[in-house]
Each structure stands twice: as C-alpha cells, then as structure tokens.
Write a protein that binds this ligand. Sequence first.
Ligand code: GCU
Length: 434
Amino acid sequence: MGWIVTTLKWLVQIVAGLVGLTLLTNCTMLGLNYASLEVDNKPDARPEIAATTLAEWDAGRDALIETFEEVVYGPWPEGQAVELVSRKLVDAELVGGRGTLEELIVRVGSGEGARSFHVALALPDAAQPVPLIISQTFSSNCGAFPGAPLTAPDGSDCADYEGIPGFVETIFGEFIALVPIDQYFDRGYGYATWQAGEFIPDRQGEAQAIMNAMAGEGVTAPTGALSGWGYGFSAVIDAIETDEAINRDQIAVMGHSRHAKSAMVAAIYDRRIAAVVSHQSGFGGAASSRSDTGETVERMIEGVRPFGVLDMEGYPHWFAPAFSDYAERTEDLPVDQHQFIALVAPTPMLLGNGRRDVWSDPNSTYRMAEAADRVYELYGTDGLDQAGMQDFNPAASLSYFLRPGGHSITQRDVDAFLAFLDAAMLQGNDVPGG
Ligand code: GCU
C-alpha cells in the first residue's frame, strides 16, 4: 500500500513539475522552448509600407516618427546640454599593451535635472582613426572590464566589485557583462560602454521622476526610458566626436535586449550612427507588437506572475504613457515594428536572435524585417538579402541572424557582430591594426 502512495506522490510531483515548466517557459525568458522556422503564421505587417519611391518615403518619415512618439516611445530629447565632464586614463597597457582604457564622465542636461554617467572607452593603438562600437548594457563598467580601476554606477570603486553570479553567465552567456575586448582589438575596433541605468534608472517610479526633471525651457525630456537611453548613445557620440583617434564616420551602436531597443531608437534620430547591432530586441524592438508569442506587449507592460508566486514587474516606464493603453489591444495600434525597423534605414542593422529565445519572438522579428526591407531597397541598398531565418548574410544592410540557444550573448554572437560590422563599416577600408 505504502509504495502505491509513494508512486502517486511522485507522479503528482512530476506532472506538477511539467506543468510548471511549461508555464515558466511560456512566460519567462528561460529559453526552454524552441522557435519554429515559420514566418507566415505571424501577424501581417500592418499598416503596409506603401511608399514606392524614396521621395514618398521621405515625405512621410517625420509624420511616422511623430506617431511612434505619440503612441510608443515618447519624444526624443531635444535641446539637452551635453558635456564631457572629465576624461582620464585608467590603463595605458590594456590587453597586454595593445591599447588604452579611459574613463569618461558624460553629463546630460543642466541644473538639478542633469544626469551624469561613466563611460569606459577602450581604444586600440593604431596609426589611423579607429572605428568605434558604443554599447549600452545592464552590467556596470566593472563587469565589462573586470579588474580595471573604473568606477561603479553608485560611485564606488570597481575594486569592490565581486563579479556577476555564475548562474547569470550560465543563462545569459559569457559575454553578458564581460567585453571580449581582445577580439574587438584584433579587428581594429575601439569599444565604449556604459550602464544605461546610471543615466536613467530602470525602475518604474524613479525613471519617470528623473525624466520629468530633465525638462526645461526649450528642452524636451523623454517620457519613456528607451528614448532617454537612446539619447544617451548620442550624448556619448557628442562627447567623443572630436577625438582624432576615432573615425567619426565609423561609429556603431550596440545593445542587447532592452538596450537593443534603445539602440534602434538612437539610430532613427541620430544619423551619425553608421551601423546598429540590435541583439534580441524583442517586443518594443524588432518583434511585432501584435504577436502573441513569447513576451508579448501585454506582459512587457504589465509584468508576469507565473504561479502567482514569481512577481516579474512590467516595464511601462520604457515607453510613452499612451503605449500602456494599447497593452491589451495591440490590434488598435496605428503602427507596428516593421515601420520602426524601416525608420532606421538605410543605416545597416543586424537583428540578432536565438532559437530558444522565443521570449523575444524571432519569427515575428523576421516577418517585420521582411516588411521593412522595401524601405532599405528604396534607399538603394540590398536590404534583407537572405532566403530565410537561418540564411545569415552579414554583408546585407538589414541582416537577420539566428543561432541556437537562448537570451544571451555568446561567442557565436560576437562572431556575427564582427562579421556584420566589418561589412557595414570597414568594407573598402584598411582595417586599422589589422
Ligand atoms: C525583459 C523584458 C524584455 C527585455 C528583456 C531584457 O524580459 O521583458 O522586453 O528585452 O527583459 O532586456 O533582457
């Protein structure tokens, strides 16, 4: 009798475990499920991009940006003062003496609402100006360059930094915090990185108050953190643009996940940006807002509570307040993300995806890219030039990359980023230091 009860208990636990796993899989980014290679089962790209000439597209571009500002991202900050407050050398012998590491403090705005953040800037020694990747991350600069005498976002010394927990790297990849600077130097790139949350904190109430305080006479403040963080990329460009060691025509922006979304916003407004690496941008990025696979807009805004236990807050503060009104009725949105991708055109852009990152919806991302392709072509570029989700063409101006694995930054991603960046920024140029 006892063994029957024990077996039944085991069975109940196994079934509960399986149900739990399925629920978690569907509403978290743990990467336990697997994207199909189907595209046509995703929502249509609506409204269709109707422009048939570049002039037509150009004529409607500003109005389209305005609609995105109204219903999705809020305004792009205008009139904000940007100042390079300080710049100091922290390591003259980076990567075994192949370059330098500096720490910059960049300030945006003035008066009480001004915000400052630390940027770590690594430049390879080179005889000519180098191309630069500007990346925005979750991790502090301490995690990007472990062991370097940099400053943590709270102003403390990176010497006190204890590293990220091992499981974070296991889930999110070996380069989720760490910058493979040797690999970037090998290909001649400089690399600047900063933690977005130091500029505008990634917390609901706090973010709104800080953005509101950035407003002033003749100065537009962001109402959504993605536009604010996007503006941060521009501020970094302002701060380093006159540096003769950097090739100002070869500045790329790079971001993962929420920072892939903000990198896209930046590229729409700041046309100095020569290339975009938008890795696993998902909802509010390159995925269709109308898709019901993975995170969905509703979960992104309202959060999720698997089992009513794990309380994962939403991110309404990333967007204009109006976007929250659409969370449960995305069918009514007047725009979708194919138009958002198209607004980046003709700037070359890589859309990175993971097959187990269903959370970010690789399928609708491909569908959106297909629909945006028309605008890249109107500009006379090749646009999305691949036969399907797995046919990666790093040299295309709109390049879609799908690898196995989940929501992470891995060596395969870094290889893809570099292949794309080389093609987008260096083709025809001598690779400095190469
Ligand atoms: C959350 C969020 C996503 C976002 C991701 C990230 O999962 O809901 O939209 O892309 O975090 O930034 O890693």
